[in-house]
Design a protein around this ligand. Structure first.
Ligand code: PLP
Length: 458
Protein backbone atom coordinates (compact mmCIF):
# COMPACT_ATOMS: atom_id res chain seq x y z
CA UNK A 1 0.00 0.00 0.00
CA UNK A 2 1.21 3.48 -0.87
CA UNK A 3 1.48 5.63 2.23
CA UNK A 4 1.20 9.36 1.86
CA UNK A 5 3.18 11.82 3.98
CA UNK A 6 1.75 12.15 7.47
CA UNK A 7 1.16 15.88 7.63
CA UNK A 8 0.90 18.15 10.66
CA UNK A 9 -2.84 17.86 11.44
CA UNK A 10 -3.29 21.56 12.09
CA UNK A 11 -3.11 24.91 10.34
CA UNK A 12 -0.95 27.66 11.81
CA UNK A 13 -2.93 30.67 13.01
CA UNK A 14 -0.39 32.52 15.15
CA UNK A 15 3.31 32.56 14.41
CA UNK A 16 6.32 33.38 16.49
CA UNK A 17 9.31 34.58 14.45
CA UNK A 18 12.58 32.68 14.73
CA UNK A 19 15.59 34.97 14.52
CA UNK A 20 18.21 33.49 12.20
CA UNK A 21 21.82 33.84 13.31
CA UNK A 22 25.21 33.55 11.63
CA UNK A 23 27.89 31.04 12.69
CA UNK A 24 29.97 34.00 13.99
CA UNK A 25 27.10 35.24 16.17
CA UNK A 26 26.56 31.74 17.52
CA UNK A 27 30.24 31.32 18.33
CA UNK A 28 30.05 34.56 20.32
CA UNK A 29 26.81 33.53 22.08
CA UNK A 30 28.32 30.16 22.99
CA UNK A 31 31.37 31.84 24.53
CA UNK A 32 29.22 34.29 26.48
CA UNK A 33 27.18 31.30 27.74
CA UNK A 34 30.42 29.57 28.84
CA UNK A 35 29.63 26.69 26.44
CA UNK A 36 26.50 25.77 28.43
CA UNK A 37 23.33 26.03 26.28
CA UNK A 38 21.17 26.37 29.43
CA UNK A 39 22.78 29.83 29.75
CA UNK A 40 21.82 30.92 26.21
CA UNK A 41 18.97 33.36 25.69
CA UNK A 42 16.12 31.69 23.82
CA UNK A 43 16.30 34.51 21.24
CA UNK A 44 19.74 33.17 20.27
CA UNK A 45 18.30 29.73 19.45
CA UNK A 46 16.92 28.70 16.04
CA UNK A 47 15.39 25.33 16.94
CA UNK A 48 14.90 24.67 20.64
CA UNK A 49 14.92 20.97 21.49
CA UNK A 50 16.00 21.45 25.11
CA UNK A 51 12.78 19.99 26.50
CA UNK A 52 9.21 18.99 25.63
CA UNK A 53 8.03 20.25 29.03
CA UNK A 54 5.78 23.29 28.97
CA UNK A 55 6.79 24.08 25.39
CA UNK A 56 3.62 22.90 23.58
CA UNK A 57 1.63 25.13 21.26
CA UNK A 58 -1.96 25.52 22.47
CA UNK A 59 -4.94 25.14 20.14
CA UNK A 60 -7.53 27.77 19.23
CA UNK A 61 -9.93 25.96 21.60
CA UNK A 62 -7.42 26.19 24.46
CA UNK A 63 -6.89 29.91 23.82
CA UNK A 64 -10.65 30.39 23.79
CA UNK A 65 -10.68 28.64 27.19
CA UNK A 66 -8.13 31.19 28.42
CA UNK A 67 -10.80 33.88 27.88
CA UNK A 68 -13.56 31.74 29.43
CA UNK A 69 -11.54 30.91 32.56
CA UNK A 70 -13.53 31.50 35.76
CA UNK A 71 -11.21 33.20 38.25
CA UNK A 72 -13.46 32.79 41.30
CA UNK A 73 -11.48 31.90 44.41
CA UNK A 74 -13.68 28.96 45.38
CA UNK A 75 -15.84 26.67 43.28
CA UNK A 76 -14.91 28.12 39.86
CA UNK A 77 -16.71 26.52 36.91
CA UNK A 78 -13.30 25.98 35.28
CA UNK A 79 -12.34 23.82 38.25
CA UNK A 80 -15.46 21.66 38.03
CA UNK A 81 -14.82 21.16 34.32
CA UNK A 82 -11.19 20.14 34.92
CA UNK A 83 -12.13 17.90 37.84
CA UNK A 84 -14.66 16.03 35.69
CA UNK A 85 -12.25 15.58 32.78
CA UNK A 86 -9.60 14.10 35.12
CA UNK A 87 -12.12 11.94 36.98
CA UNK A 88 -13.40 10.50 33.70
CA UNK A 89 -9.87 9.81 32.49
CA UNK A 90 -8.40 8.37 35.70
CA UNK A 91 -11.47 6.90 37.38
CA UNK A 92 -10.23 8.52 40.61
CA UNK A 93 -12.70 10.44 42.80
CA UNK A 94 -10.27 12.83 44.44
CA UNK A 95 -8.41 15.33 42.25
CA UNK A 96 -5.91 17.89 43.56
CA UNK A 97 -4.76 20.60 41.13
CA UNK A 98 -1.14 21.77 41.40
CA UNK A 99 1.07 24.28 39.60
CA UNK A 100 3.16 21.48 38.08
CA UNK A 101 4.02 17.81 38.49
CA UNK A 102 6.67 18.16 41.19
CA UNK A 103 4.26 19.99 43.50
CA UNK A 104 1.94 16.96 43.33
CA UNK A 105 4.96 14.73 44.00
CA UNK A 106 5.84 16.81 47.04
CA UNK A 107 2.30 16.51 48.47
CA UNK A 108 2.13 12.75 48.04
CA UNK A 109 5.70 11.59 48.62
CA UNK A 110 6.29 13.54 51.81
CA UNK A 111 3.10 11.87 53.09
CA UNK A 112 3.99 8.32 51.94
CA UNK A 113 7.78 8.54 52.34
CA UNK A 114 10.09 9.14 55.30
CA UNK A 115 13.10 7.40 56.87
CA UNK A 116 13.22 3.64 56.32
CA UNK A 117 10.67 3.67 53.48
CA UNK A 118 11.38 2.60 49.90
CA UNK A 119 9.79 3.37 46.51
CA UNK A 120 10.28 1.08 43.50
CA UNK A 121 9.97 2.22 39.90
CA UNK A 122 10.79 1.31 36.31
CA UNK A 123 12.86 4.55 36.50
CA UNK A 124 12.14 7.52 38.74
CA UNK A 125 12.23 10.90 37.02
CA UNK A 126 14.78 13.25 38.65
CA UNK A 127 12.23 15.48 40.46
CA UNK A 128 10.41 12.34 41.63
CA UNK A 129 13.60 10.87 43.04
CA UNK A 130 14.47 14.23 44.63
CA UNK A 131 11.07 14.42 46.37
CA UNK A 132 11.37 10.82 47.59
CA UNK A 133 14.91 11.32 48.92
CA UNK A 134 13.97 14.68 50.43
CA UNK A 135 11.40 12.83 52.56
CA UNK A 136 14.18 10.54 53.84
CA UNK A 137 13.03 7.53 51.80
CA UNK A 138 15.00 5.52 49.23
CA UNK A 139 14.18 5.22 45.53
CA UNK A 140 15.13 2.04 43.66
CA UNK A 141 14.94 1.74 39.86
CA UNK A 142 14.08 -1.70 38.47
CA UNK A 143 13.98 -1.36 34.65
CA UNK A 144 14.08 -4.52 32.55
CA UNK A 145 17.69 -5.47 31.63
CA UNK A 146 17.03 -4.71 27.92
CA UNK A 147 16.79 -1.02 28.85
CA UNK A 148 20.56 -0.80 29.36
CA UNK A 149 21.47 -1.86 25.80
CA UNK A 150 21.10 1.26 23.62
CA UNK A 151 21.23 -0.69 20.34
CA UNK A 152 18.76 -3.44 21.21
CA UNK A 153 15.19 -3.23 19.88
CA UNK A 154 12.44 -4.00 22.37
CA UNK A 155 8.86 -2.78 21.84
CA UNK A 156 8.42 -1.89 25.52
CA UNK A 157 11.86 -0.98 26.72
CA UNK A 158 10.32 1.12 29.51
CA UNK A 159 8.93 -1.93 31.35
CA UNK A 160 9.55 -2.66 35.00
CA UNK A 161 11.32 -5.93 35.89
CA UNK A 162 8.50 -7.73 37.71
CA UNK A 163 10.62 -10.63 39.03
CA UNK A 164 13.05 -8.21 40.62
CA UNK A 165 10.15 -6.21 42.05
CA UNK A 166 8.87 -9.31 43.81
CA UNK A 167 12.37 -10.11 45.13
CA UNK A 168 12.95 -6.57 46.37
CA UNK A 169 9.57 -6.39 48.12
CA UNK A 170 10.46 -9.68 49.88
CA UNK A 171 13.92 -8.34 50.81
CA UNK A 172 12.69 -5.01 52.21
CA UNK A 173 9.43 -6.35 53.64
CA UNK A 174 6.12 -5.13 52.24
CA UNK A 175 5.47 -2.84 55.23
CA UNK A 176 8.52 -0.72 54.28
CA UNK A 177 7.39 -0.22 50.69
CA UNK A 178 5.77 3.23 50.38
CA UNK A 179 4.66 2.69 46.79
CA UNK A 180 5.56 1.37 43.36
CA UNK A 181 5.69 4.21 40.80
CA UNK A 182 5.34 3.27 37.14
CA UNK A 183 6.58 6.10 34.89
CA UNK A 184 4.75 6.11 31.55
CA UNK A 185 6.45 6.64 29.24
CA UNK A 186 9.75 5.98 30.99
CA UNK A 187 11.31 9.43 30.57
CA UNK A 188 14.75 8.94 32.14
CA UNK A 189 14.88 5.47 30.57
CA UNK A 190 14.83 7.03 27.07
CA UNK A 191 11.14 7.96 26.62
CA UNK A 192 10.39 4.27 26.18
CA UNK A 193 6.86 2.91 26.60
CA UNK A 194 5.50 0.44 29.17
CA UNK A 195 3.19 -2.34 27.96
CA UNK A 196 -0.32 -2.84 29.32
CA UNK A 197 0.70 -6.39 30.18
CA UNK A 198 3.61 -5.09 32.28
CA UNK A 199 1.39 -2.54 34.04
CA UNK A 200 -1.08 -5.33 34.85
CA UNK A 201 1.68 -7.58 36.18
CA UNK A 202 2.98 -4.76 38.40
CA UNK A 203 -0.57 -4.12 39.66
CA UNK A 204 -0.99 -7.81 40.49
CA UNK A 205 2.25 -7.93 42.50
CA UNK A 206 1.26 -4.74 44.36
CA UNK A 207 -2.14 -6.21 45.21
CA UNK A 208 -0.59 -9.48 46.34
CA UNK A 209 1.67 -7.66 48.82
CA UNK A 210 -0.81 -4.91 49.73
CA UNK A 211 1.52 -2.23 48.33
CA UNK A 212 0.32 1.06 46.84
CA UNK A 213 0.59 1.35 43.04
CA UNK A 214 0.94 4.79 41.41
CA UNK A 215 1.33 6.04 37.85
CA UNK A 216 3.63 8.91 36.92
CA UNK A 217 1.45 9.61 33.90
CA UNK A 218 3.03 12.68 32.24
CA UNK A 219 3.04 10.99 28.81
CA UNK A 220 0.15 8.57 29.18
CA UNK A 221 -1.31 9.40 25.74
CA UNK A 222 2.00 8.75 23.98
CA UNK A 223 2.32 5.50 25.95
CA UNK A 224 -1.22 4.50 24.92
CA UNK A 225 -0.26 5.05 21.26
CA UNK A 226 2.61 2.58 21.56
CA UNK A 227 0.36 0.03 23.29
CA UNK A 228 -2.24 0.28 20.53
CA UNK A 229 0.38 -0.08 17.79
CA UNK A 230 2.75 -2.63 19.36
CA UNK A 231 0.82 -4.80 21.80
CA UNK A 232 -1.10 -7.77 20.39
CA UNK A 233 -4.86 -7.52 20.94
CA UNK A 234 -4.87 -3.77 21.55
CA UNK A 235 -5.11 -2.56 17.95
CA UNK A 236 -8.89 -2.04 17.93
CA UNK A 237 -9.09 0.07 21.07
CA UNK A 238 -9.01 3.85 21.30
CA UNK A 239 -6.02 5.57 22.87
CA UNK A 240 -8.28 6.99 25.54
CA UNK A 241 -9.68 3.56 26.47
CA UNK A 242 -6.16 2.22 26.84
CA UNK A 243 -5.19 5.18 29.03
CA UNK A 244 -8.31 4.67 31.16
CA UNK A 245 -7.40 1.01 31.65
CA UNK A 246 -3.85 1.98 32.71
CA UNK A 247 -5.19 4.48 35.27
CA UNK A 248 -7.74 1.89 36.41
CA UNK A 249 -4.94 -0.46 37.51
CA UNK A 250 -3.45 2.09 39.92
CA UNK A 251 -4.39 3.52 43.32
CA UNK A 252 -3.59 6.99 42.08
CA UNK A 253 -1.60 9.06 39.62
CA UNK A 254 0.54 12.14 39.30
CA UNK A 255 0.66 14.06 36.08
CA UNK A 256 2.61 17.06 34.90
CA UNK A 257 0.22 18.71 32.44
CA UNK A 258 3.25 20.37 30.81
CA UNK A 259 3.68 17.23 28.72
CA UNK A 260 0.55 15.41 27.50
CA UNK A 261 -1.71 18.10 29.00
CA UNK A 262 -0.61 20.26 26.04
CA UNK A 263 -0.21 23.36 28.22
CA UNK A 264 2.65 25.53 29.40
CA UNK A 265 2.04 25.07 33.13
CA UNK A 266 0.01 22.78 35.40
CA UNK A 267 -0.31 19.38 37.00
CA UNK A 268 -2.47 17.26 39.28
CA UNK A 269 -2.66 14.46 41.81
CA UNK A 270 -5.50 11.91 41.46
CA UNK A 271 -6.33 9.50 44.31
CA UNK A 272 -8.91 6.86 45.17
CA UNK A 273 -8.43 6.88 48.94
CA UNK A 274 -10.36 9.58 50.83
CA UNK A 275 -8.12 9.72 53.92
CA UNK A 276 -4.95 10.07 51.86
CA UNK A 277 -6.60 12.69 49.62
CA UNK A 278 -7.69 14.70 52.65
CA UNK A 279 -4.20 14.62 54.16
CA UNK A 280 -2.65 15.79 50.87
CA UNK A 281 -5.36 18.42 50.41
CA UNK A 282 -4.50 20.01 53.76
CA UNK A 283 -0.90 20.49 52.60
CA UNK A 284 -2.17 21.63 49.18
CA UNK A 285 -4.07 24.48 50.82
CA UNK A 286 -1.02 25.50 52.86
CA UNK A 287 1.52 25.35 50.03
CA UNK A 288 -0.25 25.60 46.64
CA UNK A 289 -3.65 27.23 47.01
CA UNK A 290 -7.27 26.48 47.86
CA UNK A 291 -8.46 23.01 46.84
CA UNK A 292 -10.46 24.21 43.80
CA UNK A 293 -7.50 25.88 42.10
CA UNK A 294 -4.29 24.57 43.69
CA UNK A 295 -1.50 26.48 42.02
CA UNK A 296 -3.51 27.37 38.93
CA UNK A 297 -5.56 30.22 37.49
CA UNK A 298 -9.07 29.43 36.25
CA UNK A 299 -7.86 29.98 32.68
CA UNK A 300 -5.03 27.46 33.17
CA UNK A 301 -7.56 24.87 34.31
CA UNK A 302 -9.68 25.46 31.18
CA UNK A 303 -6.62 24.99 28.97
CA UNK A 304 -5.60 21.76 30.74
CA UNK A 305 -9.14 20.32 30.51
CA UNK A 306 -9.15 20.94 26.75
CA UNK A 307 -5.56 19.71 26.34
CA UNK A 308 -6.36 16.41 28.08
CA UNK A 309 -9.16 15.88 25.55
CA UNK A 310 -7.20 16.94 22.45
CA UNK A 311 -4.15 14.82 23.27
CA UNK A 312 -6.06 11.58 22.58
CA UNK A 313 -7.06 12.69 19.08
CA UNK A 314 -5.82 9.88 16.78
CA UNK A 315 -4.56 12.26 14.08
CA UNK A 316 -2.64 14.28 16.64
CA UNK A 317 -1.02 11.22 18.26
CA UNK A 318 -0.17 9.68 14.91
CA UNK A 319 1.56 12.89 13.81
CA UNK A 320 3.26 13.24 17.19
CA UNK A 321 4.82 9.78 17.38
CA UNK A 322 5.60 9.67 13.65
CA UNK A 323 7.46 12.98 13.75
CA UNK A 324 9.74 11.69 16.52
CA UNK A 325 10.23 8.42 14.62
CA UNK A 326 10.92 10.37 11.38
CA UNK A 327 13.81 12.22 13.01
CA UNK A 328 15.10 9.00 14.57
CA UNK A 329 14.88 6.96 11.37
CA UNK A 330 16.63 9.60 9.24
CA UNK A 331 19.46 10.02 11.74
CA UNK A 332 19.88 6.24 12.01
CA UNK A 333 20.04 5.93 8.21
CA UNK A 334 22.84 8.54 8.17
CA UNK A 335 24.83 6.51 10.70
CA UNK A 336 24.20 8.64 13.80
CA UNK A 337 24.25 6.29 16.82
CA UNK A 338 20.91 6.56 18.65
CA UNK A 339 19.24 4.93 21.57
CA UNK A 340 16.96 2.48 19.77
CA UNK A 341 14.08 2.55 19.12
CA UNK A 342 13.28 6.31 19.32
CA UNK A 343 10.96 7.12 22.22
CA UNK A 344 7.72 9.09 22.14
CA UNK A 345 8.89 12.58 22.94
CA UNK A 346 12.59 12.56 22.14
CA UNK A 347 15.50 11.10 20.24
CA UNK A 348 18.65 10.30 22.24
CA UNK A 349 22.07 10.38 20.56
CA UNK A 350 24.86 8.20 21.94
CA UNK A 351 27.66 10.80 22.06
CA UNK A 352 30.27 8.29 23.25
CA UNK A 353 29.75 6.31 20.03
CA UNK A 354 29.69 9.47 17.88
CA UNK A 355 32.89 10.89 19.42
CA UNK A 356 34.90 7.80 20.47
CA UNK A 357 38.09 9.91 20.62
CA UNK A 358 36.75 12.17 23.40
CA UNK A 359 37.31 10.64 26.86
CA UNK A 360 34.29 10.68 29.22
CA UNK A 361 36.05 13.12 31.56
CA UNK A 362 36.05 15.56 28.64
CA UNK A 363 32.28 15.19 28.25
CA UNK A 364 31.46 13.98 24.71
CA UNK A 365 27.79 14.87 25.26
CA UNK A 366 28.66 18.48 26.05
CA UNK A 367 30.79 18.54 22.90
CA UNK A 368 27.81 17.43 20.79
CA UNK A 369 25.46 19.91 22.45
CA UNK A 370 27.91 22.71 21.59
CA UNK A 371 28.41 21.50 17.99
CA UNK A 372 24.64 21.36 17.38
CA UNK A 373 24.38 24.96 18.48
CA UNK A 374 27.44 26.09 16.53
CA UNK A 375 26.43 24.46 13.26
CA UNK A 376 22.65 24.85 13.41
CA UNK A 377 21.59 27.07 16.29
CA UNK A 378 19.93 23.93 17.71
CA UNK A 379 19.62 23.67 21.48
CA UNK A 380 19.67 20.19 23.01
CA UNK A 381 20.30 18.70 26.43
CA UNK A 382 23.27 16.66 27.67
CA UNK A 383 22.13 13.61 29.66
CA UNK A 384 25.43 12.06 30.65
CA UNK A 385 28.36 12.77 32.91
CA UNK A 386 27.69 16.52 33.07
CA UNK A 387 24.20 15.82 34.43
CA UNK A 388 24.87 12.67 36.47
CA UNK A 389 28.67 12.44 36.93
CA UNK A 390 30.07 12.37 40.47
CA UNK A 391 33.60 12.59 41.89
CA UNK A 392 35.47 10.02 43.96
CA UNK A 393 37.46 10.97 47.09
CA UNK A 394 40.47 11.83 44.93
CA UNK A 395 38.42 14.21 42.74
CA UNK A 396 38.37 11.84 39.76
CA UNK A 397 35.17 11.73 37.69
CA UNK A 398 32.84 8.75 38.22
CA UNK A 399 31.08 8.86 34.84
CA UNK A 400 27.38 8.32 34.18
CA UNK A 401 26.22 5.01 32.74
CA UNK A 402 25.72 6.59 29.29
CA UNK A 403 26.75 9.78 27.47
CA UNK A 404 23.51 10.82 25.78
CA UNK A 405 22.25 13.98 24.15
CA UNK A 406 18.48 14.39 24.09
CA UNK A 407 16.60 16.08 21.26
CA UNK A 408 13.19 16.62 22.88
CA UNK A 409 10.41 17.61 20.50
CA UNK A 410 7.92 20.26 21.63
CA UNK A 411 4.31 19.34 20.77
CA UNK A 412 2.66 21.02 17.73
CA UNK A 413 5.51 23.57 17.48
CA UNK A 414 7.85 22.53 14.66
CA UNK A 415 7.08 21.30 11.14
CA UNK A 416 8.75 18.63 9.05
CA UNK A 417 11.03 21.20 7.40
CA UNK A 418 12.32 22.21 10.82
CA UNK A 419 13.16 18.54 11.42
CA UNK A 420 14.80 18.31 7.98
CA UNK A 421 16.99 21.24 8.97
CA UNK A 422 18.02 19.36 12.15
CA UNK A 423 18.80 16.28 10.04
CA UNK A 424 20.93 18.36 7.64
CA UNK A 425 22.84 19.81 10.57
CA UNK A 426 23.65 16.26 11.65
CA UNK A 427 25.17 15.73 8.20
CA UNK A 428 27.69 18.46 9.06
CA UNK A 429 28.14 17.03 12.56
CA UNK A 430 29.12 13.71 11.02
CA UNK A 431 31.59 15.26 8.54
CA UNK A 432 33.41 17.12 11.27
CA UNK A 433 33.13 14.49 14.02
CA UNK A 434 36.82 13.55 14.30
CA UNK A 435 37.89 17.19 14.64
CA UNK A 436 35.66 17.94 17.63
CA UNK A 437 37.33 18.39 21.01
CA UNK A 438 36.08 17.84 24.53
CA UNK A 439 35.37 20.30 27.34
CA UNK A 440 36.49 20.88 30.89
CA UNK A 441 34.39 22.28 33.72
CA UNK A 442 35.76 25.62 35.00
CA UNK A 443 33.10 26.22 37.61
CA UNK A 444 30.20 24.19 39.00
CA UNK A 445 27.64 24.54 41.79
CA UNK A 446 27.30 21.78 44.41
CA UNK A 447 23.91 20.50 43.11
CA UNK A 448 22.27 20.12 39.67
CA UNK A 449 25.41 21.41 38.04
CA UNK A 450 24.26 20.97 34.44
CA UNK A 451 22.01 24.05 34.70
CA UNK A 452 24.71 26.57 35.57
CA UNK A 453 28.18 25.01 35.13
CA UNK A 454 30.74 26.92 33.05
CA UNK A 455 32.94 25.12 30.51
CA UNK A 456 35.87 25.76 28.21
CA UNK A 457 37.22 23.71 25.29
CA UNK A 458 40.09 21.37 26.06
C1 PLP B 1 8.30 16.43 33.91
C2 PLP B 1 8.14 15.23 34.70
C3 PLP B 1 7.84 15.29 36.08
C4 PLP B 1 7.77 16.58 36.85
O1 PLP B 1 6.84 17.47 36.35
P1 PLP B 1 7.07 19.05 36.38
O2 PLP B 1 5.80 19.60 35.82
O3 PLP B 1 8.27 19.36 35.55
O4 PLP B 1 7.26 19.44 37.81
C5 PLP B 1 7.66 14.09 36.74
N1 PLP B 1 7.78 12.92 36.12
C6 PLP B 1 8.08 12.82 34.81
C7 PLP B 1 8.18 11.48 34.17
C8 PLP B 1 8.28 13.96 34.07
O5 PLP B 1 8.59 13.86 32.76
Amino acid sequence: MQHKTIIEPFRIKVVEPIRMSTPEEREQSLRTASFNPFLLHSSEVIIDLLTDSGTSAMSAEQWAGIMRGDESYAGASSWFRLEKVIQDLTGCDYILPTHQGRAAEHLLYTRLGGEGKVFFSNTLFDTTRANIEYSGATGVDLPIPENADTQLYHPFKGNLDVDRLREEIENWGAEKVAAVVLTITNNSGGGQPVSLENAKAVATVCKQYGVMFLLDACRVAENAYFIQHREPGQEHRTYREIAQELFGLADGAIMSAKKDGLVNMGGFLALRDLDLAQACRTVLIITEGYSTYGGLSGRDMEAIATGLEEVFDPDYLHYRIRSTAYLGERLTAMGIPLLQPPGGHAVYIDAKMLYPHIPVDQYPGQALVCELYRLGGIRSCEIGSVMFGKYDAGGKLIPARMELVRLAIPRRVYTQSHMDYVIETFGEILEQADRVRGYRIDWEPPFLRHFTARFSPV
